[in-house]
Design a protein around this ligand. Structure first.
Ligand code: ASP
Length: 495
């Protein structure tokens, strides 16, 4: 029997929609907990479902309650246990809905109750890993080929300057949009005091972890660190900026050595680049399954209740991202190219869906490169330089979100931000978005640095942690669309 063939991008889109429906149907129970513990040397699994509060007690001092959690603090309970379980012997006292009490001790683990949707997650993880491992070899080979095919340093300098300028400009515009929207919509004024307390209590553990891992960015250090001490270390640790530096330098110097020596090296890297591209094609056959699994698991695990409490904040971020993606990028294309805007968006839609599903510009990079080269006909020597650089330093969606988030948190705390403060936010957010690694959830860690620069309590990120995952998915779309738009603009302006 012959089945009608659906084009791959429709399959991926369908997988996205079906994955969301599947995940919503097989949602994870937002209060139930699975507690593994031992009793007389037997391992037991207890389902705790009908509870109204859970208290953690140190078993060496059973009278003092360390902390008490109310219903819907499932995530906080799991985190608390993970963090303190190896420091003391914890037991939990459960207050049940029917008024009864029970105690569980010698606990080994506390987890959410999985559903078929969350069990699919490994398929999604496999897909992300397959894409991620391609990124570095692809970047190295295409950059070396790209740089060695540029005839002179002047040309590289010109393309480099244009690329940097456009990346900085789009990021500054993005953050300004974020600040303006947050000031106009005022999401922080529209949040109730008790909602604030609930969110702070539920996410304080998680926010303190992020604050500890905050990295200070010093501009001089940052520039010095672009040069790797050891290129293999840069490759092994996935430091994109260092890899870009090494590969461009290497490619460029290839043009200065004897032709008969350069040729085999160039041949080797073009073969490598071809293999990587073939691998992308092959891995993309799995994309519908990967996307389905990722979206299903994320939707199933996501507590939708929190959306209603932060609806204005989410609205401000999404509106900003939509403006950036649907207004600013088309304007750039209008200025630098003669292309139809529709062709651009049709050309990069696969990359946008993968960005949304994986929340990672780095994992999406191979697809972004393929879309930009094959569909938008940008020559390899330009896309190979502009896109890896963009995935590393150009994060418009992230910067925009950081602008909204900073003002939102300030509003909730009743802190007035002066114009100078807001300009400081623009500057630090541009730097932070350069320093943000292109992987899920890093944007919020860099937000801590921005908050500190204008003296907003960084603990405030607890307010927005619950919705970070969906906003991360959305901002990654803008991040990669911005890279693609700049690649097209540079390519057409070089013609
Ligand atoms: N997930 C984003 C990216 O990879 C970075 C972030 O905003 O957390 O592009």
């Amino acid at each position: 029997m012959k089945y009608p063939k659906i084009a791959l991008h429709y399959q991926i889109l369908l997988a996205l929609v079906l994955g969301a429906i599947f995940g919503a149907y097989f949602k994870v129970d937002q209060s139930a907990l699975i507690v593994n513990h031992s009793h007389e040397k037997n391992d037991i699994e207890t389902k705790v479902e009908d509870w109204s509060s859970i208290s953690f007690v140190d078993s060496s001092n059973p009278d003092s309650v360390l902390v008490k959690f109310d219903k819907f603090n499932q995530q906080a309970i799991i985190r608390f246990f993970k963090k303190y379980a190896n420091q003391s012997n914890l037991l939990i006292q459960i207050e049940h809905d029917n008024g009864k009490q029970s105690t569980i001790n010698t606990i080994q683990s506390i987890k959410k109750k999985p559903t078929i949707a969350t069990r699919l997650k490994p398929i999604g993880d496999l897909f992300i890993r397959l894409l991620s491992f391609l990124a570095i070899p692809l970047v190295i080979s295409s950059l070396i080929i790209g740089a060695s095919s540029l005839e002179d340093i002047k040309k590289l300098g010109r393309i480099g300057t244009k690329t940097f300028t456009l990346y900085l400009a789009t990021t500054a515009i993005a953050i300004t949009i974020g600040l303006v929207l947050a000031n106009v919509i005022q999401p922080g004024e529209k949040i109730h005091e008790d909602t604030k307390e609930r969110l702070m209590a539920a996410y304080s553990e998680e926010s303190s972890e992020k604050i500890v891992s905050n990295l200070e960015v010093d501009i001089i250090d940052f520039l010095v660190n672009i040069v790797p001490k050891n290129p293999f270390e840069a490759i092994a640790t996935g430091n994109m900026l260092q890899i870009v530096f090494f590969a461009v330098f290497f490619g460029l110097m290839l043009t200065f050595i004897k032709k008969e020596n350069a040729q085999p090296v160039i041949g080797f890297f073009s073969g490598m680049s071809d293999v990587m591209v073939k691998m992308v094609d092959f891995i993309m056959l799995m994309a519908p399954f990967g996307v389905f699994a990722l979206i299903a698991a994320t939707v199933a695990d996501f507590g939708f209740e929190i959306i209603s409490t932060l609806v204005w904040y989410i609205f401000a971020v999404l509106l900003g991202l939509a403006l950036q993606t649907l207004l600013i990028y088309p304007t750039i294309l209008k200025i630098f190219t003669k292309r139809k805007i529709k062709d651009f968006f049709v050309g990069i839609r696969d990359a946008q869906i993968i960005a949304f599903s994986t929340s990672s510009s780095a994992a999406t990079l191979p697809i972004t490169m393929e879309c930009v080269e094959d569909n938008l006909k940008v020559p390899k020597r330009i896309s190979g330089f502009v896109l890896p650089l963009g995935a590393t330093i150009n994060m418009d969606g992230t910067a925009l979100y950081q602008g909204v988030a900073a003002v939102f948190i300030a509003q909730v705390y009743g802190i007035d931000l002066s114009i100078t403060d807001q300009l400081t936010i623009v500057l630090t957010a541009v730097l932070a978005s350069i320093g943000t690694a292109p992987v899920p959830g890093v944007g919020i860690i860099m937000l801590v640095m921005i908050l500190q620069s204008v003296h907003i309590p960084p603990q405030g990120i607890a307010l927005i942690l619950g919705v970070d995952r969906i906003l991360d998915m959305a901002r990654t779309i803008s991040n990669i669309s911005g890279d693609a738009a700049v690649a097209v603009a540079i390519s057409d302006s070089e013609k």
